[in-house]
Design a protein around this ligand. Structure first.
Ligand code: GLU
Length: 466
């Protein structure tokens, strides 16, 4: 097999949406799997939509996902003179012809076809020679589609798919204003970029037959095609914003990790037995086109959350902290001190254990910052009501601990409870309420140890009787 070359060819729409991200991932994985190249081409021929911001949204989305491409991103618009050159050469070969129909004439033929219930062929000028006056008019270049036979694509996902050539219209390659159409540009670019495998959404399957005809008219190799079924919502309907049809930037903001996102997108349409957890390294070894599902994939936020939780638990504390530091500082209203950072690093495994997304980490970690006086949840306030004197007593007991270790803290609390003939839980619950304000938390004694004596005594005295 020649060197595998894949490409992702998004039209800049202002963000890298989730379906595009999956297409990009599959192309990237397939290239990596075969030691090939993965290229990026921005299909920016729609000048109104192709703003700098829209283009950079795509590259930053790809970068966040970790999908690096070889060389510079190709701009389709910048290649338009090459597209014109190919249209001219198809004209010379007799595989294309000049169409002098005006927009109004074309619209009329189209309307008539609709009325008659026949297909619009666009072949108004296929067999006509213009008079001198017409020949001076601007013209479009249309492909002379074969009228006999059929076109067959051996799609690596969809299987063998055939259409009768009579179903294909004489499509425009070059508009009368000299601009190339997408149908021409995509074929020329894929050819010039030596693309061997075209992996894209199955909304492009119909285009593939027509693109095939341009390729064969030029005598160029036909790439392998793999048209991936689209993504649907959990209810089986077309993916909407409510379902998760968002840009990858929105997923980053929601606190998902790129690695979890890759794993999720991989499984969203591709499988390896029953494996759910497939880290990227493993995915590169396993990825193939045969295992892409033929049915539409269903987007499922719970699965994404579970994968994210998995990858969060696998990260070490030092890796997680920088991902949440900004948000954490915003939420506590000041920069983290060294002491706070140390506490958070120690608490991180427990905090991450309970988290699904990064904001959960922010919430869990903020408990380890100096945030006195804590605001209490209603439940915590109820637990503490009437316990102010006891909390004061516990604070005194803990103030006497000289060696602030989990063991000594526990011993102090136990001896306090024993001396007053109280069940341990009756003492622990109010302490927890005072020290956490009611926020979710793990083992209490560990929490007290990590917070340090000064902060614990401070939090207790905030709730103790004056
Ligand atoms: N630019 C097209 C799109 O965004 C993709 C073209 C292709 O992959 O061939 O849908």
């Amino acid at each position: 097999m020649p060197k595998v070359i894949t490409r992702f060819a998004p039209s800049p729409t202002g963000f890298l949406h989730i379906g595009g991200a999956r297409t990009a991932l599959y192309n990237w994985l397939f290239a990596k799997r075969h030691g090939g190249d993965f290229l990026l081409r921005i299909e920016d021929t729609d000048r109104a939509r192709s703003t700098e911001a829209a283009i950079s949204a795509i590259s930053s989305g790809m970068e966040w996902l970790g999908l690096n491409w070889s060389g510079d991103a190709v701009s389709q618009f910048e290649r338009s003179s090459r597209h014109r050159e190919v249209a001219e050469s198809l004209l010379e070969k007799g595989a294309a012809y000049k169409c002098y129909a005006t927009a109004e004439e074309t619209a009329a033929v189209r309307a008539k076809a609709r009325e008659d219930g026949t297909a619009f062929r666009g072949d108004m000028w296929r067999d006509k020679t213009p008079d001198a006056e017409t020949a001076a008019r601007p013209y479009a270049i249309r492909l002379k589609m074969p009228r006999e036979g059929s076109t067959t694509i051996d799609d690596l996902v969809q299987g063998t798919v055939t259409v009768e050539n009579t179903e294909l219209d004489d499509m425009i390659l070059l508009r009368s204003d000299g601009t190339p159409t997408y149908m021409l540009a995509v074929v020329v670019d894929d050819h010039d970029m030596d693309v061997t495998h075209v992996i894209r959404g199955d909304d492009h399957l119909n285009n593939a037959f027509r693109q095939y005809q341009v390729l064969s008219a030029m005598g160029w190799d036909i790439p392998a095609y793999a048209h991936i079924p689209l993504i649907h919502g959990p209810d089986g309907k077309k993916l909407s914003k409510r379902h998760g049809a968002l840009g990858v930037d929105a997923y980053a903001e929601m606190g998902f990790l790129p690695e979890a996102m890759r794993n999720y997108l991989l499984r969203l349409g591709w499988s390896h037995g029953d494996d759910e957890i497939i880290p990227t390294e493993q995915a590169i070894e396993w990825f193939n086109l045969e295992n892409i599902g033929r049915g539409p994939a269903r987007f499922d936020f719970d699965k994404l959350d579970n994968l994210n939780a998995h990858y969060l638990r696998k990260m070490n504390s030092e890796e997680i902290l920088p991902l949440v530091k900004n948000e954490l500082e915003k939420s506590v209203g000041q920069a983290l001190s060294d002491i706070e950072q140390k506490r958070i690093l120690r608490a991180m495994p427990t905090v991450a254990e309970r988290a699904k997304r990064l904001p959960d980490i922010v919430e869990g970690a903020s408990l380890f910052c100096n945030i006195r006086p804590l605001s209490l949840t209603e439940k915590a306030a109820n637990t503490l009501s009437g316990q102010e004197a006891m909390i004061g007593g516990v604070a005194n007991e803990l103030a006497a601990v000289t060696n602030w270790t989990a063991e000594m803290i526990k011993a102090a609390i136990m001896s306090f409870a024993e001396a007053r003939d109280l069940k341990l839980g009756k003492v622990m619950q109010p302490i927890r309420a005072a020290v956490t304000g009611g926020a979710p938390s793990g083992d209490l004694v560990d929490l007290l140890e990590i917070l340090g004596q000064e902060e614990v005594l401070g939090r207790l005295s905030d709730q103790a009787a004056a």
